[in-house]
Design a protein around this ligand. Structure first.
Ligand SMILES: *[C@@H]1O[C@H](CO)[C@@H](O)[C@H](O)[C@H]1NC(C)=O
Ligand SMILES: *[C@@H]1O[C@H](CO)[C@@H](O)[C@H](O)[C@H]1NC(C)=O
Ligand SMILES: *[C@@H]1O[C@H](CO)[C@@H](O)[C@H](O)[C@H]1NC(C)=O
Ligand SMILES: *[C@@H]1O[C@H](CO)[C@@H](O)[C@H](O)[C@H]1NC(C)=O
Length: 451
């Protein structure tokens, strides 16, 4: 009797699991799509988990200057509208394709699409997401653990300088950063200066006419991206994605990019569940869409045009001045820690101004498989949500030295010793122009031809 029951149980299990075992493999399970989300990458894949306190023999930590991109946010209203209007149509077609036995999505991936609907409203436009709040709280906690002397957990107005741009996402990022430092209750009493519309340090590029005309609004800046989108790699990726989803015709690039962006945002928002839209892409498809993003940022926010990074002297000057104040004897110590909350456009231009992540050859539509393959300029890594760049000033046996951390990891600035702190004097020499010659209005004056 008991034996029969056991057999029945075994049979019950096999009848119920057999179809699932027989259905095709779920390809998305083995694909690390989350590594290629460009500027929509959440910070959690980049965290430096080692937050033990930082010591250099013979050195005391004195000051810190840090700039942080706001955490994970919601998209702009145009993308939200497309997510709400276009994605349900695509979802239904993909499900229909599957019913007609077309495409390579497995049952589980289809089931996830079937229950998918858009949860973003247009009123969420560019607001900091819950994930973005957590990113800021935890980032602050790790930095405090590393440098408890300059980021004490007791709040005093005079030792901290916070500043954010006039947007909800940077304001809320700053607030959550202070939650991480001082706890929720005290954070409510932190004093923040009023945000400045077009802040000349945090969002200098909004004030740079020359950059706006010659780069930002110049259709030529998008040429490499556009050509890449029309080239063989993208064409192959589009065919592959379309076939994967069961379309018998190649989808248009607008739809494909919408899927890529949705995969990116939904991955960023939710650290527990995978976005069903990511299942449309293999890792190698993702690399193609990622490169299109890198090309755009290279030519608009990076090394593509000199003016783009030349204009980024104000934050570098601000940082140098904060540190040079230490050399003035008897100067009352003002804020020890300066923490700014800004944007992707600020961070990228500043990285390029400093000479970081510079590839020897320009990124072009035609070199995805050569220069592009080994490029340093990868916004998925260098410009994620919550991307951060910190400079920490030490006094080591009487000499002032600087530690530079990007994404919480030490980076070597040009001219500085590898694997060691950089003497402040070396930085003064290296970035001399940035602080003695930061004539923003001259740099940004329209050239006569353009005016
Ligand atoms: C963690 O960071 C500290 C401070 O930077 C360093 O001294 C230590 O070697 C690191 N530990 C590991 C396991 O990397
Ligand atoms: C904090 O300090 C600033 C000057 O740095 C001052 O303007 C502000 O009133 C102070 N706020 C509080 C609450 O003390
Ligand atoms: C593509 O699929 C549609 C139905 O989704 C069908 O009407 C059409 O004939 C197909 N085209 C080709 C070329 O197979
Ligand atoms: C841009 O900068 C590079 C290196 O500093 C220089 O060689 C080049 O001539 C500059 N180009 C323009 C257009 O100013």
């Amino acid at each position: 009797m008991e034996g029969t029951y056991q057999w029945m149980l075994v049979c019950f299990i096999c009848v119920n699991t057999l179809p699932a075992l027989l259905s095709e493999k779920c390809l998305s399970k083995s694909q690390k799509t989350h590594l290629y989300l460009a500027t929509k990458s959440p910070y959690r894949y980049l965290i430096n988990k080692n937050d033990s306190s930082v010591h250099y023999p013979g050195c005391n930590v004195l000051r810190m200057w840090m700039i942080v991109r706001h955490g994970t946010r919601y998209p702009g209203s145009k993308i939200i509208r497309k997510m709400r209007e276009r994605l349900p149509v695509l979802r239904d077609s993909v499900i229909q394709n599957h019913k007609l036995k077309r495409g390579r999505l497995c049952n589980e991936e289809i089931a996830a699409l079937q229950t998918w609907s858009s949860h973003v409203e247009e009123t969420d436009e560019k607001r900091l997401a819950h994930e973005g709040e957590d990113e800021m709280v935890e980032l602050a906690e790790r930095f405090q653990n590393r440098f408890p002397q300059i980021l004490p957990d007791v709040y005093t107005n005079s030792t901290f300088k916070f500043q954010f741009t006039a947007t909800q996402r940077t304001t809320e990022s700053a607030r959550h950063f202070t939650v991480g430092l001082f706890g929720r209750r005290v954070s409510r009493h932190v004093w923040f200066p009023e945000a400045i519309y077009r802040d000349p340090v945090l969002r200098f590029y909004k004030l740079c006419q020359r950059w706006r005309v010659e780069v930002d609004k110049n259709p030529y800046s998008l040429l490499e991206r556009t050509k890449f989108e029309e080239g063989p790699e993208m064409s192959a990726a589009l065919k592959d994605v379309s076939f994967h989803l069961g379309f018998n015709e190649t989808m248009n690039i607008g739809d494909a990019i919408l899927l890529y962006i949705t995969c990116s945002f939904e991955t960023a928002w939710d650290h527990r569940a995978q976005s069903p839209w990511c299942a449309a892409f293999s890792e190698s498809n993702m690399k193609v869409f990622e490169y299109a993003e890198d090309l755009e940022h290279y030519w608009i926010d990076g090394y593509g045009y000199n003016i783009t990074y030349k204009q980024a002297c104000p934050p570098v000057k601000d940082m140098m001045q904060h540190f040079l104040a230490e050399e003035i004897p008897g100067d009352e110590p003002k804020a020890q820690a300066v923490v700014y909350f800004a944007h992707s456009g600020t961070l990228l231009k500043m990285l390029a101004h400093l000479g970081l992540y510079k590839d020897e050859n320009a990124l072009l539509h035609s070199n995805f498989n050569t220069v592009g393959k080994y490029r340093k300029w990868r916004v998925s890594q260098i410009d994620s949500f919550g991307a951060n760049l910190a400079f920490i000033l030490f006094r080591c046996n009487g000499q002032l030295k600087v530690l530079t951390l990007h994404q919480e990891k030490p980076v070597t600035l040009p001219g500085c010793p590898k694997f060691d702190l950089c003497p402040l004097n070396v930085l003064k020499q290296q970035y001399k122009e940035s602080f003695t010659d930061c004539n923003f209005n001259d740099i940004c004056a329209l050239s006569p031809e353009a005016a």
